[in-house]
Design a protein around this ligand. Structure first.
Ligand SMILES: CSC[C@H]1O[C@@H](n2cnc3c(O)ncnc32)[C@H](O)[C@@H]1O
Ligand code: ZN
Length: 429
């Protein structure tokens, strides 16, 4: 199947300068990308004059089923929010709830231009099934919270996920191991996970240094910063690691991350809403550490619109330094595409628009008052666009949304399932 996109304003992310041109997709990959592609023998043509084409956004840290908990509990400190509200609600979620919650998140992501995401949660078989059906790309992780002995059940589930789903759904699914954080997993289990990750070459997805309370707790327990603690366990040397949040890192901590495989997933809106702080993403990138952008779950972030995150990331760096030159538009867009792809370990395949790469891309309709005139395309996309401006979403060469109509999800059925399940889960909590 050959699909030709004609006349778009193309931002490849490999080069800074946009150009007007055509993109030829053959099967799951980009076959050609040029100012004009003639006689390509395409089965289908999308006329994209007036639209921008860019790589699909990659949400580098998510808990998809938490979309069921959106708006249920806000304005609390992280630990209160997790322990008093989220954990009790999650304990009530059935595998079917997880499936529909994940699908709700995927509908929102496809609608707002996200083509791939990294997810950490429970009941991962149901999430994997939803990924297979919706056509998205995902890195899936069974979250491991070892607050009490569970006889190794959670670890067995984590390994089962990896065995069952790595490389599945036409190669759209990858997997990681997911020790939740330095404060919910004891050192002996961290050692076991790191040993396994090194031995089997499995990446690790974790939360790091999200709050000052976490920093104080790890200081009290181990007399180290959270980053120092994981460094001394050998984490950054032995595995590819996805570090969600990474807010409270000092200069020495950033030094421990230099040369690591993977990188940090910056979650600016969640950090703002939970009052956590501003992650030192400019220092990290200056030190050669890859940084991607994610939303965190909709329970903390509110929406899964990556355009909001791109904007928040840029605003926060400018504010933090009192310098509007910090995190310019192009760099913020690159963070949410190529940066996230590096953190997920899929940068060879996605994150930029290039012949030979997987065809994960979006078309944004610029024919709107808030997106005119087009003086500078990266500036419009980073500072003015919203998820609802996305017209078309393509993953692995397959069109998942066209003209804002979802093609792999029955939204009426989805919304009916979600409303009845969400009410039952939170009742009385
Ligand atoms: C065991 S699956 C993942 C686990 O993470 C919880 N979670 C959601 N948001 C955050 C956050 O910002 N920091 C730490 N943990 C978070 C979620 O509720 C799941 O229980
Ligand atoms: Zn999280």
């Amino acid at each position: 199947m050959k699909l030709l996109i004609k006349g778009a304003a193309i931002l490849t992310m490999r080069h800074d300068a946009p150009f007007t041109g055509d993109i030829l997709i053959d099967g799951s990959r980009i076959a050609d990308i040029q100012p004009a592609i003639r006689d390509a023998g395409a089965d289908e043509v999308i006329h994209a004059e007036g639209m921008a084409a860019m790589p699909g956004l990659i949400n580098a840290h998510q808990h998809t089923p938490m979309s069921l908990l959106r708006g249920f509990s806000d304005d609390l400190k992280l630990m209160d929010w997790l322990e008093k509200k989220m954990f009790p609600a999650e304990a009530r979620m059935t595998p079917e709830d997880i499936y529909w919650g994940a699908k709700l998140a995927m509908a929102e992501m496809i609608r707002s231009g996200t083509t791939a995401f990294a997810d950490m949660y429970i009941h991962m078989n149901e999430i994997a099934a939803a990924v297979e059906e919706t056509g998205m790309r995902a890195s899936l992780t069974r979250g491991l919270v070892f607050t009490e002995d569970d006889g190794g059940r959670r670890m067995a589930e984590a390994l089962d996920l990896i065995k069952r789903w790595s490389g599945k759904a036409e190669g759209r699914i990858t997997t990681m191991l997911g020790p939740h954080s330095p404060y919910t997993v004891p050192p002996e289990l961290w050692r076991e996970v790191i040993r396994l990750a090194e031995q089997e070459d499995i990446p690790i997805h974790t939360h790091l240094a999200e709050t000052v309370e976490e920093v104080a707790l790890i200081r009290e327990r181990y007399n180290q910063t959270p980053t120092e603690y994981l460094y001394h366990l050998g984490l950054f040397e032995k595995a590819h690691v996805l570090l969600a949040h990474s807010v409270h890192l000092n200069r020495r901590d950033i030094g421990y991350l230099r040369g690591m495989r993977g990188g940090a997933a910056h979650n600016p809106v969640s950090n703002l809403k939970l009052g956590c702080g501003i992650a030192p993403v400019s220092e990290m990138t200056e030190q050669g550490i890859a940084v991607g952008i994610g939303t965190d779950g909709a329970g903390s972030a509110a929406t899964l619109d990556m355009f909001e995150e791109i904007r928040a990331a840029a605003w926060l760096q400018k504010l933090d330094y009192g310098d509007p030159a910090k995190l310019p538009a192009m760099e913020a867009l690159r963070m949410a595409t190529a940066g996230s792809a590096s953190v997920l370990g899929i940068a060879d395949e996605v994150g930029t628009l290039e012949a030979g790469k997987k065809a994960d891309l979006i078309l944004i309709d610029l024919r709107k008052p808030h997106l005119q005139p087009v003086h500078n395309l990266p500036s419009l996309l980073a500072y003015c666009a919203v998820g609802a401006d996305v017209d078309t979403t393509i993953v692995n060469g397959r069109v998942l949304m066209r003209g804002r109509r979802l093609l792999t999800i029955d939204e009426d059925e989805l919304l009916a399932q979600v409303s009845k399940r969400a009410r039952r889960i939170v009742e009385g909590i």
